[in-house]
Design a protein around this ligand. Sequence first.
Ligand code: ASP
Length: 306
Amino acid sequence: MSHENKMALAIHGGAGTISKKDMTPEKERAYKDGLELAVIEGWKILEEGGTALDAVIRSTVVLEDNPLFNAGKGSVFTNQGTHEMDAALMDGKTLKAGCAAGISTVKNPILLANKIMLHSRHVLLAYGGAEEFAGRMNLEFADSEYFYTEFRYKKLLEAREKGLNKNTPDKAMGTVGAAACDREGNLAAATSTGGMTNKKPGRIGDTPIIGAGTYANNNTCAVSCTGDGEYIIRAVLAYDVSCLMEYKGLTLTEACKTALKKFGDMGGDGGLIAVDKFGNIEMPFNSAGMYRSSICTGEKIKSEIF
Ligand code: ASP
């Protein structure tokens, strides 16, 4: 009988949580239901013998379609009242990656990232060129009405008025992501986001930058980050976790702790999810909370916010 690897799937719905005092049992249930649906859908793929790559794509699509999370439907607004979404996908087996930035018309940016990985000569496409490519790949488009949510629009108005920023308790952030280890021990990571409320049009965050918000390597780990994008980029956070494992021989737990501390010491606020080839899962954060959920072989789904 062939040796089957312990499988694992971790997802996050962003570190930009509503503060504990504003959380009601109903809201908490709605967020956890959304997370759990995404985990269940991705897990089904792993259980049926599918790849880590397909599992992270599936979980991310489910989160993109849920307006509670800042990605796809439910994305935050730029200061011009528009949407500019970023997404990335990396396959730990081949080290191939696909990334899309500044997307405003594609319903599921993570599917575009996948097409870019599979069918273009490039790793990262942005704005009009990325959308033109999405058309050629026959991806589904959506108009600004689809991406509009009242809750996010109110946040933009508040932000314009009060200057919502990283120091306000109700963060202007959020993102979704997934990291998985399949039966064969292959790893993959996916991240998708609307970015930060009130961002300048043209601002690209950490999400579609390989090594910053997203990274996967079968020899080390798969990582998806959330939080202050500008800090995550400069900390090269996802790759830092992988590097600590690759060059220093740290365990997943130690590597996550060390990388997150460095990011925090720089002033960054946020968190990450990470999975290694043994099916271990880590989900550390230094923010007030992080929507997160995970499952692995032999264990039940766990979902937490704070
Ligand atoms: N990292 C995302 C960005 O900066 C936002 C977030 O995760 O909250 O675009």
